[in-house]
Design a binder for this molecule. Structure first.
Ligand SMILES: *[C@@H]1O[C@H](CO)[C@@H](O)[C@H](O)[C@H]1NC(C)=O
Ligand SMILES: *[C@@H]1O[C@H](CO)[C@@H](O)[C@H](O)[C@H]1NC(C)=O
Ligand SMILES: *[C@@H]1O[C@H](CO)[C@@H](O)[C@H](O)[C@H]1NC(C)=O
Length: 456
């Protein structure tokens, strides 16, 4: 089955700040591609099924995409892949898919700064196991040669070199995974490229299949699935049902001193059995977690890409909000600042001259209406540091796109349109204008801003 190449450029995606994955930041966005989970519930609507991989790399929404996944492996045969409808032709006389189109898309995505990671494992029906250190080591050699920097007769994505490996281990013998990771790291340490090792445990602590691997192996990112479990975010105030603190402790104890954990969330109401929350509740919860556990907070992960195009307003608003509210450590993101999709080209300079009040005084979140320009959003919502500089001065104009600013990552709702359809972020000394998701507007609440639907 082949799919036309869709570009999302015309779809009005939210343009969001921060261009590329940065391990020191708390605002990375991860998703999974390759399983078309939306399509599973909408078999008669193929036009809206998951698009080609490259379609999800056209803008700055996702930093890391989990290519799911390698479903069968052991030491007796070649590993088997499953990419749903995306790739269905095996190499001759094998059961291993050959996916040149996905290989080309991987390169397209990498050229845009995305990390594409191979996910091993998956749910129930698949068969995989690594039962001893020797097996783990041998399988690491196979993975390095078939998918990463080595070479092999059968490379499913040809010469595309993936950015790392994700362990989504939900069954099988698992005593070999620490050795698997250790062996991969001997390859990684000699490579010029920075590879990622991640894992996707369930939020119930400890994870039965990944527990010893998560404590014993070097892990860059833990994507903890706060859905399909009783420990989902709806139970954030119930200590017995919400294990975040245990995950934080485990993350801090990992051999990798910079190990991060991500809050795994469903990207749509039907993407999981539970854990899908309305934006206001979710943002309040994430803010609490980020505030309490800043040093291990790496960002969010969303299951899965197929829901992005089918629940776009929600995902765009959430991503914009995370970008604006979760910050970076000492190293700011090396943002390219410009190529953020179609909306960025409308970076009009705010021209309002009606503004009179500036400064960090307003705490009200005024709901924009079409008839009244917003004048209360000029408060500088810094969470910690100084106000933006001269561009918000008493001259009455707000920040100017490209104009100077001094405090990295301070932000402000844009005020040029009267609808606050955008916001500014101070990025490496210059104000970067970013649009809110289609149909949403920028709001200020206390010391933070966010994009949401005007009726919210
Ligand atoms: C990767 O995808 C698989 C299934 O396709 C999923 O179960 C797993 O949670 C994902 N891993 C991450 C890192 O999210
Ligand atoms: C080993 O994996 C191959 C696929 O690579 C599969 O056909 C075979 O059944 C597996 N063997 C066992 C013992 O699981
Ligand atoms: C975060 O910290 C506050 C203040 O100590 C506490 O009341 C709240 O329960 C914590 N929330 C979580 C989810 O840990």
């Amino acid at each position: 089955m082949t799919f036309a190449r869709y570009l999302l450029a015309a779809a009005g995606l939210a343009a969001v700040a921060s261009a590329a994955y940065n391990p020191t930041c708390s605002n990375n966005i991860v998703t999974y591609w390759g399983q078309n989970s939306w399509g599973g519930g909408h078999l008669n609507d193929p036009a809206n099924w998951e698009k080609d991989l490259a379609a999800y790399c056209q803008d700055d929404t996702f930093d890391i995409i989990n290519l799911s996944f390698v479903t069968n492996y052991n030491l007796t045969g070649l590993p088997i892949l499953n990419h749903a409808n995306h790739c269905e032709t095996p190499f001759p006389n094998t059961k291993t898919m050959h996916c040149p189109a996905i290989g080309a898309d991987i390169k397209t995505c990498q050229a845009k700064g995305k990390k594409i990671v191979l996910s091993l494992g998956g749910g129930g029906i698949y068969s995989y196991s690594l039962s001893t250190a020797a097996e783990g080591k041998q399988f690491a050699d196979t993975v390095w040669n078939m998918f990463l920097g080595g070479s092999h007769q059968y490379r499913p994505y040809d010469d595309a070199v993936l950015d790392g490996v994700d362990l989504d281990i939900e069954s099988g013998a698992h005593d070999g995974y620490v050795a698997f990771v250790n062996q991969l790291r001997t390859y990684f340490n000699g490579a010029s490229k920075k590879y990622i090792i991640s894992a996707a445990p369930q939020c119930v602590f400890p994870d039965a299949n990944l527990g010893t691997t998560l404590s014993g192996a070097w892990i860059d990112n833990d994507y903890v699935q706060f859905y399909n479990n009783p420990c989902n975010l709806a139970n954030i105030n119930n200590q017995w049902n919400f294990d975040y603190k245990s995950w934080d402790t485990l993350t801090k104890a990992n051999p990798n001193p910079n190990s991060k954990m991500y809050v795994g969330l469903p990207a749509g109401s039907g993407a999981a059995g539970n854990g899908y929350l309305d934006l206001n509740t979710l943002q309040a919860d994430l803010k609490q977690l980020y505030t309490n556990y800043t040093s291990t907070f790496g960002g969010i992960m969303l299951w899965d890409a197929s829901w992005y195009s089918n629940n776009q307003a929600y995902v765009s608003s959430l991503v914009s909000w995370v970008r604006a509210n979760m910050k970076c450590g000492s190293t700011p993101p090396t943002s390219t600042t410009t190529s953020v999709g179609p909306t960025s080209t409308t970076s009009a300079i705010p021209t309002s001259t009606t503004k009179t009040s500036v400064g960090p005084t307003s705490t009200t979140s005024t709901i924009p209406t079409s008839s009244a320009p917003i004048t209360t959003t000029t408060a500088t919502p810094t969470s910690s540091s100084a106000a933006p500089t001269s561009t918000t001065s008493a001259s009455g104009t707000g920040p100017v796109a490209g104009g100077p600013c001094s405090s990295q990552n301070t932000f402000q709702c844009a005020d040029s349109t009267g609808k606050n359809s955008a916001y500014f972020i101070c990025n490496n000394g210059a104000w970067l204008q970013q649009a809110c998701g289609s149909g949403t507007a920028c709001f200020q609440s206390g010391s933070s801003i966010y994009c949401n639907w005007p009726s919210a």
